[in-house]
Design a protein around this ligand. Structure first.
Ligand SMILES: Cc1cc2nc3c(=O)[nH]c(=O)nc-3n(C[C@H](O)[C@H](O)[C@H](O)COP(=O)(O)OP(=O)(O)OC[C@H]3O[C@@H](n4cnc5c(N)ncnc54)[C@H](O)[C@@H]3O)c2cc1C
Length: 489
């Protein structure tokens, strides 16, 4: 199976009219966004129709590109298409996925396809259509630093303009009353594997770069996939489908006790609601920390369809009576790794339950070892004296996604997808993206351009006073008292 060619969105009719030039190009912006992944793209789409809001968004890449190394043919979103950039907040928005389909005259085929979970490549194409239509986006702009200027009561944002090769072309500075960071996550390589990943002579690649290296990986005599999350499963399946039956020579190992399914029950999904996010934010810091790791199966498991496809592919290959030459072992960690000559890698493995150790010689390794939030420290070094931190030195983030800064700082820095420690497992979830963006815009404008739903879950999280209503910035909260529980039920 080959990946289909990228669907390049046409400019032209999709592009809404640009506003006229700013009267004073040096005037401070109301809002500067840093990074254009789905989170800030959603915010930019929701900000677009707000008259009088002067916002600009900077992105270091040349154009929108959503995890290009993992747009594997057939891989779908783990959320329904309704979790597009705007629909859960404003289904009438020009920038909805359904409107994207309408502009392509594909609504009828989509309707008959009955696909609630669209392909990842189609989500990427939709986002690129949105990104081409929004005039406030500036690509090839790498933001280097954010500082607070107390005299002007504004944030200073320094950026480097990059040329077509990614080299610095010019330096610039802009000023803003508010900043929103949407710098996302970066591929994570565990320490024992870092020397291998840094050595260009051996075929060891992070999952984020999988498609770029797929041909080289498939050329290896034996391939090992490390990591038992969704990416590891998708890559194992893709490699399996491309290896000859009976000569697969594949290993798939991961640290989790099992190749575990992602929690996808209806009430389980209510952990990805604004109601749960608010409940989580109000918990004590140690409880929040304990919860995030305990809830790994809500976001780190493998979706059931991928597990079924893997089993189906293995079963198909066993129908002639043999077993596929594929080893799938959970509960295994890589202790150390080294290179053998120029073409082989040796992994030193440990089984976590048995306490046994062994060595695995392989020709290529895919590190499906996940992503970590990009650290804010480098960008925000200039704000360090103003920043309020928790017991583990992480930035404190208020309920409305604002970094808690010294009260002398009158502007706000918001974060998107850097607040798992304060807002819970929903932080990276696309289903909460539009809601969080709307909440930020309500705060920035001090009005309520996007009224937010008062209640979003059937589950009532916690006892006592339950907050169902989400007020916009600095409005009094409406508390809805729960009916007291009768003892002994
Ligand atoms: C393969 C994959 C599939 C996923 N699928 C789903 C899914 O189906 N459902 C779901 O809910 N979640 C999914 N996620 C999780 C999550 O939604 C995505 O990771 C999403 O891309 C997060 O968006 P983001 O805007 O926070 O960050 P990113 O998409 O990582 O974008 C951040 C952007 O900021 C830019 N940037 C960083 N620093 C700077 C700087 N200093 N100056 C300028 N630009 C900068 C980066 O270049 C990047 O383009 C998936 C994640 C992965 C890795």
């Amino acid at each position: 199976m080959n990946n289909p060619p990228r669907q390049e969105p046409e400019p032209g009719p999709d592009r809404l009219p640009e506003p006229g030039p700013r009267q004073d190009p040096d005037a401070p912006r109301d809002l500067v966004g840093i990074g254009i992944g789905p989170c800030n793209l959603s915010l930019a789409a929701l900000a677009h129709p707000l008259d009088g809001l002067d916002a600009v968004f900077y992105e270091q890449r040349p154009s929108f590109d959503w995890h290009p190394g993992l747009l594997i043919d057939g891989a779908t979103l783990q959320v329904p298409f309704l979790a597009d950039l705007v629909t859960l907040i404003d289904p009438t928005s020009h920038w909805s996925f359904l409107n994207y389909l309408r502009t392509r005259e594909r609504l009828f085929p989509f309707y008959f396809s009955e696909h609630f979970h669209i392909q990842r490549a189609e989500y990427d194409a939709y986002c690129r259509w949105v990104s081409r239509g929004l005039p406030a986006l500036r690509y090839r702009h790498q933001v280097d630093a954010v500082r607070w200027n107390p005299e002007r009561a504004l944030f200073e944002i320094d950026f480097t303009q990059l040329d077509a090769h990614g080299e610095a072309e010019a330096l610039g500075r802009t000023h803003a009353r508010n900043v929103v960071l949407g710098i996302g996550t970066a591929p994570h390589v565990p320490d024992p594997l870092r020397p291998l990943a840094d050595d260009p002579r051996v075929p060891v690649v992070h999952a984020a770069d999988y498609l770029d290296h797929r041909a080289a990986l498939l050329a290896a005599e034996h391939i090992t996939v490390v990591g038992s999350g969704q990416s590891g499963a998708e890559i194992f399946l893709d490699l399996l489908r491309h290896r000859p039956a009976g000569r697969e020579k594949l290993h798939w190992i991961g640290r989790t006790q099992a190749f575990a399914p992602m929690e996808y029950s209806k009430l389980g999904l209510e952990h990805f609601t604004p109601d749960y996010t608010r409940y989580f934010h109000a918990l004590a810091e140690p409880v929040r920390d304990q919860l995030v790791s305990a809830q790994w199966q809500l976001h780190k498991g493998i979706d059931a369809a991928t597990l079924a496809a893997i089993h189906g592919e293995l079963y198909r290959r066993s129908m002639d009576g043999g077993w596929p030459d594929a080893v799938l072992t959970p509960g295994v960690r890589v202790r150390t790794a080294g290179r053998l000559a120029t073409t082989k890698v040796e992994l030193h493995l440990e089984h976590l339950q048995q306490g046994t150790r062994s060595r695995l010689t392989t020709g290529a390794v895919v590190l499906a070892t996940g992503y970590r939030e990009r650290p804010l420290g480098r960008l925000l070094a200039g704000l360090d004296p103003y920043m309020r931190r928790d017991n583990r030195e992480r930035p404190r983030v208020d309920e409305e996604f604002r970094l808690v800064l010294d009260p002398s700082v009158t502007g706000s820095v918001f974060v998107q997808n850097a607040e798992q420690h304060t807002h819970g497992v929903g932080a990276p979830d696309l289903g909460l993206t539009a809601w969080r963006g709307a909440s930020i815009l309500n705060s920035v404008t001090g009005a309520e351009p996007y009224p937010l739903p008062a209640r979003t879950a059937f589950t009532t999280f916690g006892l006592g006073e339950q907050r169902h209503r989400v007020p916009h910035a600095r409005q009094a909260r409406q508390l809805v008292p729960l009916i007291p529980l009768t003892e002994g039920r």
